[in-house]
Design a protein around this ligand. Structure first.
Ligand SMILES: *[C@@H]1O[C@H](CO)[C@@H](O)[C@H](O)[C@H]1NC(C)=O
Ligand SMILES: *[C@@H]1O[C@H](CO)[C@@H](O)[C@H](O)[C@H]1NC(C)=O
Length: 361
């Protein structure tokens, strides 16, 4: 049986860093059963416990129902991978809640969380915020990519977890053949099982494609003028896709060793800059024009707007299954600043953050 917390009593704290945008390495976490005053004067984030959720009767039996030990290899499970760090924690918690709330069979979901620090506190926080959640933590050694990130991309040096999605096939158990990768600044408002059921055919990656976007701008003239490099797009029509929502066939990925191929492109980038963005271009190099196109409803992206504050975006026309605040603005920051965008009201129902706690409270 799973431990079920007392919803009224359980509250958890985590040292807040959202406002300061400190690099993840510098962040210290602190979690306690109660808002224990800390010696330091750092503010802490307090989350409330998510409501309980259960499978409907139509759902497949989970390995536990069959009396088997809890296993991440459960073949009937829907596997979801996300990164977890303190900067986006409030977003991640909202994303998880939105996924389980809209799932008909929430107990079939298994979350795989990639973290850059070996801290038990973050794990404890997730366990207590979601007592019913099936999940596993994986340590992603950011040293793996630090040497590969060109020093000109300062922002990415501070966010090496952005690159963790390239290593999913190596980090997750080999028994896991498929995974949905999701960013932390999104909410799902539909049953994720529908996305999971996508037929990828012969493709390795599935994602919504945007073929009207000018693809040229993702690489610089040095790349386009070097035919050895740009010939990679020769026999395909490359289209932009967003790497914040992807279905990945991990078996095919491992077979083709895409992780090494991404690293090769990162090395080329390090030697002579061929693009300006961080983790996206290697994915475009390998998969643009080759992804299995998925309905646009599964990534209504760009809701963050262009500037941190003030530039609001609306939903694109058409049905919506997933809202993605990609771009610089994040709903929790705008809400805290008292200047939310209209779209941010759709994020609010999933926010489990209760308050910032100061040490002298
Ligand atoms: C696409 O972008 C490139 C580089 O930014 C620019 O030179 C080109 O004119 C653009 N093409 C179109 C069709 O807008
Ligand atoms: C094209 O790029 C490759 C890899 O960076 C490099 O070895 C080669 O010298 C470049 N070719 C030209 C003509 O610049």
């Amino acid at each position: 049986m799973r431990w079920v917390g007392n919803a009224a009593l359980v509250s958890f704290i985590i040292v807040e860093c959202i406002r300061s945008f400190a690099p993840t390495q510098a962040i210290r976490l602190s979690v306690g059963r109660f808002a224990t005053p800390k010696v330091s004067s750092e503010p802490a984030m307090v989350f409330q416990e998510a409501p309980a959720f259960h499978n409907g009767i139509q759902c497949p039996f989970s390995s536990e129902d069959k009396g088997e030990a809890e296993s991440v290899c459960d073949a009937s499970a829907v596997h979801i991978a996300m990164t977890l760090d303190t900067v986006y924690l409030r977003g991640s918690i909202a994303a998880i809640l939105s996924i389980v709330q809209h799932s008909d069979c929430p107990q079939t979901l298994i979350f795989h969380f990639l973290v850059s620090q070996r801290d038990v506190e973050l794990k404890t926080l997730v366990r207590h915020t979601f007592p019913y959640l099936r999940f596993k933590f994986y340590y992603f050694d950011v040293k793996l990519v630090k040497d590969l990130i060109s020093s000109s991309l300062r922002r990415d040096l501070e966010q090496p977890l952005n690159y963790a999605r390239s290593y999913l096939a190596e980090i997750l158990e080999t028994c896991i053949q498929r995974v949905i990768y999701l960013d932390s600044d999104l909410i799902v408002v539909d049953d994720i099982a529908k996305l999971w059921g996508t037929n990828l055919g012969s493709h390795t990656v599935g994602a919504p494609e945007y073929c009207h976007v000018n693809f040229t701008k993702y690489f610089n003239p040095l790349f386009w003028s070097n035919s050895t490099l740009s010939s990679i797009f020769e026999s395909r029509t490359p289209c932009y896709f967003n790497t914040g929502v992807m279905i990945i066939d991990l078996a095919k990925w491992r077979q083709q060793d895409y992780t090494r191929r991404i690293e090769l492109w990162m090395e080329i980038q390090k030697e002579g800059r061929i693009y300006e963005l961080g983790s996206l271009p290697p994915f475009l190099l390998l998969f643009a024009g080759l992804v299995k196109p998925i309905e646009h409803r599964w990534n209504q992206h760009g809701l963050g707007g262009d500037n941190a504050m003030g530039s609001c975006r609306n939903l694109h026309p058409g049905p919506v299954s997933l809202l993605h605040w990609s771009g610089k603005g994040k709903p929790w920051l705008r809400l805290d600043s008292g200047k939310p965008c209209p779209i941010d009201s759709l994020w609010v129902p999933y926010d489990l953050f209760t308050k910032t706690q100061f040490a002298d409270e």
